[in-house]
Design a protein around this ligand. Structure first.
Ligand code: SF4
Ligand code: SF4
Length: 160
């Protein structure tokens, strides 16, 4: 009985398509929800660093000053934690897996600002500094007024 089963399977396999593919010459069909690799739409990124803080393996580095975002793909475990926590939704999971390599490479993305964007950023910075300065001056004035009021109430008490 066992031999009959075996023969049947052998004959079936002889006349059916192979169960395997000649990957990579035949491309892989990825399922809809395959988590292959992390993709960043760098133009939408605000370099807040949330993805870096949420990554459990420390695969992502973000530098706000140089506007660079980088990922060590060999350290990434495709958990999609960074994707779920990105406030700008600029991260997503691409279906294809990272290409095999003999060396550990780090992918670096840098956002280049237009002159208008640089000017807008500088104006926002300046406005923020002025706001802080005005708040500090208001605080100082309030403290001085409070001290003057206290001195006024102390003077009549001394005269008596
Ligand atoms: S969480 Fe999103 S917006 Fe923030 S640095 Fe990462 S990719 Fe950019
Ligand atoms: S998918 Fe997970 S492991 Fe990979 S970079 Fe994002 S948070 Fe880190």
């Amino acid at each position: 009985m066992g031999i009959m089963n075996f023969t049947g399977t052998t004959l079936k396999n002889l006349f059916s398509k192979p169960a395997t593919k000649l990957y990579p010459s035949v491309p892989q069909d990825y399922k809809e929800r395959t988590r292959g690799h992390v993709v960043n739409d760098i133009d939408t990124c605000i370099f807040c660093g949330m993805c870096m803080r949420k990554c459990p393996t420390g695969a992502i580095s973000v530098d706000r000053n140089t506007r660079t975002w980088q990922i060590d793909r060999m350290n990434c475990v495709q958990c999609a934690c960074c994707v779920k926590n990105c406030p700008k939704n600029c991260l997503s999971m691409g279906k294809e897996y990272t290409t095999p390599d003999t060396e550990k490479t780090i992918d670096v993305l840098q956002k280049i600002l237009t002159p208008e964007e640089i000017a807008a950023e500088e104006a926002a910075k300046k406005a923020q500094q002025e706001k802080i300065k005005a708040a500090m001056e208001a605080k100082k004035a309030a403290e001085a007024a409070k001290a003057a009021e206290a001195a006024k109430t102390e003077e009549p008490a001394k005269a008596e």
